[in-house]
Design a protein around this ligand. Structure first.
Ligand code: NDP
Ligand code: 8X3
Length: 256
């Protein structure tokens, strides 16, 4: 069977959560996929699952490594060089204890992944995206880009970078076909909270228990909607929470 092939969607962090759901959402519509992440066996399993629907190229990639990012992108087969959608999704939070109890290594890992990694991939793909008449960069920011909460310190700050970087890219790309969206989800059920709490399943259960959180498929539907907008529309930022989540009062504490 010959596949009706749409342009290429390049996804970072396609081994889990939002990235995996995005691969399914775009792949089922016939978009070509470049699936990247560190866990190669998961990428291969996803590629096997999706190849009846679309063409898939898999590349093991740690976004923190600028040289690896460059060589993966340079080595893309010619037929995958028409990248029209970049989903900068790879990211993580580590810990949620107060700043004075946090690990410096964890802080570095979040900055290296969420900030440096996203910048590495974006920089390497810009020339390809600019060649397209219409292209979309979807950057995974967070409600933590916009709002503070205790224990968010470096995670929230790294996501604030993503939101502001997205707006600045828009300024530079005005007049080209490249659109940029900062996608800012709230509480969503994925491996995110297992990673954040070092595999602690009890903490994971407590976070989501009774909350009806967003699901990766919800976020993938939003990504698809953003990318499929007509070329004259740019969704600048899109903040989304589950209905069960909202803001709380400012904290006022007794002076010590
Ligand atoms: P998951 O933990 O389920 O998925 C994270 C993905 O990022 C995995 O595929 C992982 O792949 C990849 N990743 C992590 N580090 C690296 C790295 N160094 N190089 C390449 N890939 C990496 O979490 P989500 O799907 O929930 O999160 C996706 C994005 O959405 C993140 O940026 C997160 O901050 C953001 N987000 C999540 C929210 C949530 O509540 N879940 C809400 C708002 C934003 P692998 O380990 O195989 O490399
Ligand atoms: C993840 C959402 O609220 O845990 O970006 O920071 S939150």
């Amino acid at each position: 069977m010959s596949l009706h092939t749409l342009p290429t969607v390049f996804i970072t962090g396609a081994t889990s959560g939002f990235g995996q759901a995005a691969a399914r959402r775009f792949g089922h519509q016939g978009y070509q996929l470049v699936l990247t992440g560190r866990r190669l066996e998961r990428l291969n399993a996803l590629a096997d699952e999706l190849t009846p629907h679309c063409k898939v190229h898999v590349a093991q990639l740690d976004v923190r490594d600028a040289e690896q990012v460059r060589s993966v992108i340079e080595a893309l087969p010619t037929s995958y060089q028409n990248v029209e959608v970049l989903i900068n999704n790879a990211g993580l939070a580590l810990g949620a204890s107060p700043a004075d109890k946090a690990s410096l290594d964890d802080w570095h890992t979040m900055i290296d992944t969420n900030v440096t990694g996203l910048v590495n991939v974006t920089h390497s793909l810009i020339p390809m995206l600019l060649k397209q008449p219409k292209a979309t960069i979807i950057n995974l920011a967070s409600i933590a880009s916009n709002w503070c909460y205790p224990g968010a310190h470096v995670y929230g700050a790294s996501k604030a970078f993503v939101a502001q970087f997205s707006r600045n890219l828009r300024s530079d790309f005005a007049g080209t076909g490249v659109r940029v969206t900062s996608l800012e989800p709230g509480l969503s059920e994925s491996e995110f909270s297992l990673v954040r709490f070092n595999g602690d399943q009890d903490k994971y259960n407590q976070i989501y228990d009774g909350t009806n959180p967003l699901q990766p498929e919800d976020i993938a539907d939003i990504m698809f909607w953003v990318a499929e907008q007509p070329s004259h529309i740019n969704i600048n930022s899109l903040e989304v929470m589950p209905t069960s989540q909202a803001w709380d009062n400012f904290k006022v504490v007794k002076q010590q």
